[in-house]
Design a protein around this ligand. Structure first.
Ligand code: TNX
Length: 526
């Protein structure tokens, strides 16, 4: 009944019951994981789970257990004792999430549930993720989300054994991270006068100011909270496009320093982009220095998507830069710009990440690309791989949860199209190599869900978009490939029914599974 499906699972009849007498047997290094287990179970179960040398529930950290990889774990639930083993704390944490899911769903809630027998079914699990990058991106730029929700979201990621929380901190419509050297970024850039109603181009506005920014302490606190749960926060600062909020704060960063523009109240692709002058490059490096100070993650995302070149084509300064650098046309300035910034991150020992636009030949091979275009655009992933990049697969048709989950007119407004649970489950992130690009020498790091928030103004809206589709994505990212026994949509649907009770216990605003339609008599005969 677990999501994501473990790689090896053997269930037996019978159970082990956790009681107030159950103690934890710990080994050096497993104490923080014990704390996580206690903290997550205490509100509903009230179980103290003290440490004791003879504890029946053992959390064993054994670096010699190399077969499980850096994130795998082994779990044996016997009638008398439970043994959770891993080579790393990350592996133990994944095992803790399996324990939480194996308990009755009420164990996950935050209200005391006295009288429930806290039973674990007897079982034997050996489990490790298929991909090292399993994540979700949350866009807090289009709509600001309170930091308490970011914590809750981290908990939900961890429950699904997702380990990357990609935080989209800046965009045309808002800048959410303070940078002490550039205070107007949040003083001005975090606020917009109003927001577009409906899809891009509607020309209708709500007349309601919106905004917000985090403090440095909140972001640092989030990073720590996430780390304790095995989740890495990967920050994203968009450039050179999707930067209207920054240009509204500091017009000199754009291509027309004389022009004051408001933070963008619209949806869609904005024409305002950073200039390609030294002041804009210096600004980006300074911002990223602060980002690196706050976010210890190896990966730092620098955006790079949807960068119109109209302003560069009309700017003498940009055209001079283009010629000086020997670039073929204004379009090549995007790759040039990203390369300067990517190299700055690489110099500091970080790994840059960009959205793949299919014209990334200027990017150093260290850059990780997120391949979001599909169909006729599907080539970027294959091309990036062929060029030796590591790639996170983020095709919009499978991973963009801002598209409605079905064509049901009762679903909330989203982008034009659908991304169904089935679309996600039926997909394999490793692309079939395209002959024109060869097999490629790069590698697929994994995949992540995208929660763009143009049409999701509140945490409840985000949860509704995320669940249960994020559970399906977790299955794709963690579990063995489709077709392996147990890894099919019928099994997922059955497990989702149990999982739905867990989401209920957690108070998640999710789309409940529909009851299967009653079979008609003639269908049964057929
Ligand atoms: C494209 S994909 C965008 C976002 C939008 C999203 C809406 C990508 C990197 N950029 O700016 O929010 O589509 O689905």
């Amino acid at each position: 009944m677990l999501i994501p499906l473990p790689h090896h699972l053997l269930e037996r009849s019978g159970h082990f019951t956790l009681t107030e007498h159950t103690a934890l047997r710990l080994t050096p290094g497993s104490e923080p994981v014990a704390r996580l287990l206690r903290e997550t179970l205490a509100p509903a179960t009230g179980l103290p789970l003290p440490a004791h040398a003879d504890g029946q529930l053992a959390l064993v950290l054994d670096p010699l257990l190399t077969g499980l990889g850096p994130e795998g774990y082994g779990l044996t639930v016997g009638a008398e004792a439970v043994l959770l083993r891993a080579a790393t704390p990350a592996g133990l944490r994944n095992g803790v999430q399996t324990l939480r899911q194996a308990l009755p769903p009420t164990a996950l809630g935050d209200t005391p549930a006295p009288g429930v027998p806290w039973r674990l079914p007897l079982m034997e699990i050996t489990d490790r993720p298929r991909f090292p990058w399993r994540g979700a991106m949350l866009d807090v730029a289009r709509h600001f989300m309170p930091v308490a929700f970011l914590h809750r979201f981290v908990d939900l990621l961890a429950l699904h054994k997702l380990n990357v929380f990609h935080l989209h901190l800046t965009d045309d419509q808002g800048w959410r991270m303070p940078v002490p050297r550039h205070p107007a970024l949040t003083e001005v850039g975090a606020w917009r006068a109003e927001s577009m109603v409906g899809r891009a181009g509607s020309r209708r506005y709500d007349g309601t100011p919106h905004g917000g920014a985090y403090t440095r302490a909140e972001l640092t606190g989030l990073v720590e909270y996430a780390a304790e749960r095995g989740v890495t926060v990967v920050p994203e600062i968009e450039m050179p496009g999707h930067t209207r909020a920054a240009i509204a704060a500091y017009p000199r960063l754009g291509n027309r320093p004389d022009r004051r523009l408001p933070v963008w109240p619209e949806w869609g692709v904005c024409d305002s982009v950073l200039g390609v002058h030294d002041a804009a490059l210096d600004f980006c490096r300074e911002v990223l220095d602060e980002v690196m100070d706050v976010f210890p993650a190896r990966h730092v995302h620098i955006g790079g998507d949807e960068c119109p070149t109209t302003e560069w084509a009309a700017s003498d300064a940009a055209l001079r830069r283009m010629r000086a650098e020997g670039l073929a046309g204004p379009a090549a300035l995007r790759g040039w710009f990203l390369r300067q910034i990517a190299n700055h991150l690489i110099d500091q020992g970080r790994t840059p990440v960009t959205w793949d636009e299919g014209d990334d030949e200027q990017l150093p091979p260290e850059v990780v690309t997120m391949a979001w275009r599909t169909g006729a655009h599907g080539a970027p992933a294959a091309r990036s791989l062929a060029r030796g990049h590591r790639v996170v697969l983020t095709p919009w048709e499978r991973t963009y949860l801002d598209y409605p989950r079905s064509a049901d007119p009762g679903e909330p407004l989203g982008q034009d199209g659908t991304v169904t649970v089935r679309d996600i489950l039926a997909w394999d992130p490793v692309p079939v190599p395209l002959p024109e690009f060869g097999a490629g020498s790069g590698s697929v790091l994994g995949t992540q869900a995208q929660l763009w928030t143009e049409f999701a103004p509140t945490p409840a809206d985000v949860e509704y978009l995320a669940f249960p589709r994020l559970a399906a994505l977790a299955e794709v990212a963690w579990s063995p490939r489709r077709g392996t026994p147990g890894r099919n949509s019928r099994s997922f649907t059955a497990r989702l029914a149990a999982h739905s009770a867990r989401l209920d216990a957690l108070g998640v605003n999710h789309r409940k599974p529909r009851r299967p339609p009653r079979r008609r008599a003639d269908a049964r005969l057929g």
